[in-house]
Design a protein around this ligand. Sequence first.
Ligand code: PEP
Ligand code: MG
Length: 747
Amino acid sequence: MPERSESDSRKLLRRLRDTLAVPGGGQDRLDQITHLIADSMGTEVCSIYLFRDEDTLELCATQGLKKAAVHKTRMKLGEGLVGRVARTGQPVNTADAPGEKGFRYMPETGEELFSSFLGVPIQRVGEKLGVLVVQSKTARQFSDDEIYALDVVAMVLAEMTELGAFTGGEGGMMALHKQPVMLRGTSGQEGAAEGRVWLHEPRVVITNPVADDPLTEIDRIREAVGQLRVSVDDLLSAESLDKDQKAVLEAYRMFAHSRGWLRRMEEDIMRGLSAEAAVEKEQSAARSRLEQVPDAYLRERLSDLDDLSNRLLRILTGQGKDTGAEMPENPVLVARNIGPAELLEYGRKLKGLVLDEGSVGSHAAVVARALAIPLVINTERITAEALNGDQILVDGDQGIVHLRPEETVARAFRDKIAMQAEAQKRYASLRGLPAITICGTSIALHMNAGLMADLPSLENSGAEGVGLFRTELQFLVRSKMPQRAELARLYARVMDAAKGRRVAFRTLDIGSDKVLPYMKPQDEPNPAMGWRAVRVGLDKPGVLRMQLQALIRAAAGRPLTVMFPLITEMTEFQQARSHVLRELHREKSLGHRVPETVEIGAMMETPSLAFAPRAFFELTDFVSVGGNDLKQFFFAADRENELVRRRYDTLNLSFLTFLEQIVARCAETGTPLSFCGEDAGRPIEALALAAIGFRTLSMRPASVGPVKALLRRVNLAEARDVINRSRDVGAESARPHLMEWLASVGD
Ligand code: PEP
Ligand code: MG
């Protein structure tokens, strides 16, 4: 790198900082900056374009283009050369801008006079703020050094923006992190919440992007990288690491020891950046580069590098994760992603959860559901937008988040929350009443659970028992395999909390979307149809047997109910059942108290089991339809795939007819039958299930009230007629007819 350009950019940065140090309005400052950059770079034009909203850029200041175009000229993301820089996060450098593909002619700017164009993004990590452009009349390519210098200046502008240097004053740029923002994601758990942002990992604030003494900064970065390396090495030497954790840390070590990484940061410092700004510049650049890469593995590495950069920033600034800030009242947790154990630590004190990433079946989503916290996932940029303490509205029903909302939006939202609370009050008043339809049919409503934290809901919701206890949650929230004694204690506490009500413990249902952090994941082409649930338990029975022993010990003389997930054919059930019998025998011979009674049931989650021999229905103590899986296999539509998961209606008559056949088969042998998929908790679906013959439904605790309220005002024979009529007229789904009929039934 030539010494001259180093000192040039340092000089420019210092002038920039001095300009920003003088108090002044936003627009004045932007004007001065464009003047200063054009002057230093020897170009006729320097312009700053900033985002006005998510995909509109506006010319906010210029030296050299027509002043009348300022705050008038706008372009969409991706439009013209400026839009291209903004979209890709990469510089555009051309000697012949008008001849460049995608050039957009903007007569109001007078830009056609200028042939050379260099544009670089103004961005912070994960956050695009605008584009900085220089142009000149002479046709020339800008040198690498010039690109580099402009990039560094853009970086400082981004930092200054973060610190609010351009806000205020007429026409100044919009105040960052002050404007209302609406983000659209995916619903992970329904419900509405209003609260204040609590960042899981607060962003590191850089207050000094420009430094005077590069040598001091170089010492600082070298020392910090040294510390980082030691800390990664320490992590790696921990004994409890499994192979996968080791692999991730090895990748960290590789980055931490990468000479290229340190060298690039040192070069940035020589250009005038502080050590912190240099780390962040590299972090932004790596992100922009890798965001273009479709390869999932490389994107994973991007998050490793991100994490490492954050650690380095924390070492440099001394800002730990714990910034000393106090958690606000009504905290809504905001994170890129979060593990189930960490989420569980926050527990019920959270009002809501918003994630940049995540999936409907992720462990965090599973835990959020168990805690009944409204959850929105896939917002992509909530962590870039939100600051600790910001007001936030989480609409888990629609998958929408309002950050720093306008008062009118907040008011409408509060109305919605109030309405939901009102409805909850109404449901609470039904708590002690049975779910009996007006035709006198009694439907048993049970709840689904998976954590100790769920158990208080048994009292509050008015559920008769736990129709599905997902035991895998206890395995998912731990970093290592739980021990038998530990599990036995936990199951005993669950039974204690249930106070004699029935709890159907489902044995470990792992595989597919549920991967234990401490078990090697199988590389399967189609995990939902792969080695999962009881298939794993039967092939490798060690864990299954340990779990059964824990359940038997926990029951200690009380009744025990066990069910097996994803039973697909009779022999699987026979084998699973014989494991229970063998463990009972073993426990007895070891002198432990065995349960008073043992019920052993099967979850029907694949269509094949509906056609199993009669002997299966005679053997099993009960059948519980796992509607989530059964529906996914019936319609061949992945329950985790946003593109198809809502495509087929549960009230589709083919599916209802199939469910009716299951009811009939169980009726033939007098086998008790229940339904425990998510649909059981949706009032119209629950009504349809009751109408076709299900007498036990198990659902999320919050659904018990709404389902009971509906069941208590309907006649099931009429509902069944409506379904039959829809079938007779050749309808695809019974929903429209059922809705129409319900509207006529009234409250
Ligand atoms: C189901 O598949 O319907 C079910 C209840 O089990 P899970 O959602 O845990 O797979
Ligand atoms: Mg299932």
